[in-house]
Design a protein around this ligand. Structure first.
Ligand SMILES: C[S@@+](CC[C@H](N)C(=O)[O-])C[C@H]1O[C@@H](n2cnc3c(N)ncnc32)[C@H](O)[C@@H]1O
Length: 361
């Protein structure tokens, strides 16, 4: 590049933009460490100097102090700097919900649990860009399955049974009376277990192709006394194709599948003619331009797609490759129509990232 061709203001602005991404990556790594080390939970107990927080957590003060400086500089936690060298750090109720209370529906730290593992697949993706072939979720090991569980479970546990299901026509009555339910792409089983607890007359089957997710789901089931739930790999234990299922759920999983069209047809054949498919998908918009102009998280979502969702949806030959934002409302409606469903309704549910669709034959 010749010096005379450079607009120095534009160069400076782009440099700032470039390193703001590095700031995000480095701070995200420290958020991960804060979660693993219990630093946010300890801070939620009350304002503290680095010495007090180190004592509270049993950690080394010098490391805790640098972590606190990073977190305060990134405006994630609050700091009183009136006595230099003896700063007092704190978090308010909102930060406590977001960083320290893993049962709160707003809890956001789950997404950081498996961050190093997620980013760690980057070397494998070099080849994916060349061959087109991605990786299923098992590439992230058991830590990946746990990370998804910690990310999606808080909102789902607080809302699926009490808020979402009552919005579906006749579904709570049907589940209370007893029906067969299939949760496809069930991960470690959070939704399947919630349904099984709430509706003892129904039989819930969670399906997933991830060995790590299924192992963890079985472990969680072993800790409970419920008997109306089972977990299966649909490649060896396929869904029934005889209209015997009253409710199918797909929570954040259709866009991850290599062959979502084939799966939608399987779902149609599994469902009773008066059954319901609850499809939960990422709240994408129809075009790239709309996503970029209206979703401040668009770059993060396209990036996460390359690391996880697109990779999973390209993990088999001729994968459809929907990616994170690929199953937006228009695409979901079209998929349902193409595979034999005639009713499609978006539910009025306020979720930060997801849209909810009631789909019926
Ligand atoms: C983002 S996770 C969602 C997990 C779960 N529904 C939850 O809410 O915690 C997507 C899941 O879809 C699973 N998956 C991908 N392709 C699948 C397929 N063809 N059949 C069943 N599950 C699949 C992945 O293994 C992964 O566990």
């Amino acid at each position: 590049v010749s010096e005379s061709s450079l607009d120095l203001d534009a160069l400076q602005a782009l440099t700032l933009n470039l390193f703001s991404k590095m700031e995000g990556a480095v701070t995200a790594t420290l958020i991960h460490l804060g979660g693993q080390l219990g630093l946010y939970r300890a801070l939620a107990e009350g304002a503290a100097t680095s010495e007090a927080l180190a004592t509270r957590t049993g950690l080394h003060e010098r490391w805790v102090r640098e972590w606190l400086y990073n977190q305060a500089a990134a405006n994630l936690i609050e700091v009183d700097t009136s006595t230099p060298g003896h700063e007092v750090f704190s978090i308010g109720p909102e930060a406590t919900a977001l960083f320290a209370d893993e049962h709160h529906p707003a809890y956001g730290l789950g997404w950081f649990t498996s961050l190093p593992t997620t980013i760690g697949v980057a070397p494998k993706l070099i080849d994916s860009f060349r061959t087109g072939l991605g990786h299923p979720y098992d590439v992230f090991g058991c830590c990946g399955a746990l990370g998804i569980e910690m990310s999606l479970t808080p909102w789902n546990e607080a809302n699926v049974v009490p808020v979402v299901l009552p919005m579906l026509d006749g579904v709570v009555e049907r589940l209370s009376a007893g029906t067969n339910v299939a949760d496809i792409g069930c991960g470690t089983g959070s939704v399947a277990l919630s349904l099984a607890r709430a509706f003892p007359n129904s039989r819930i089957t969670g399906y997933d192709i991830s060995v790590h997710a299924l192992e963890r789901a079985e472990q969680r089931l072993a800790d409970e006394s419920i008997t109306n739930v089972a977990f299966k790999d649909p490649r060896t234990d396929p869904l029934p194709q005889d209209g015997s299922v009253g409710l199918v759920c797909t929570f954040d999983s259709m866009h991850d599948m290599a062959h979502p069209t084939a799966m939608a047809s399987i779902i149609r054949r599994a469902l009773a003619d008066d059954g319901t498919w609850l499809m939960v998908e990422i709240k994408g918009l129809t075009t790239f331009a709309e996503n970029v102009s209206r979703n401040p998280m668009a770059s993060m979502l396209y990036g996460a797609s390359v690391l996880t969702c697109l990779s999973s949806s390209m993990s088999e030959p001729s994968g459809e490759g929907l990616g994170t934002l690929g199953l937006h409302e228009a695409a979901a409606r079209e998929l349902a129509t193409r595979t034999g469903f005639s009713q499609f309704r978006r539910l009025k549910i306020d979720h930060p990232a997801n849209a909810f669709y009631e789909i019926r034959p």
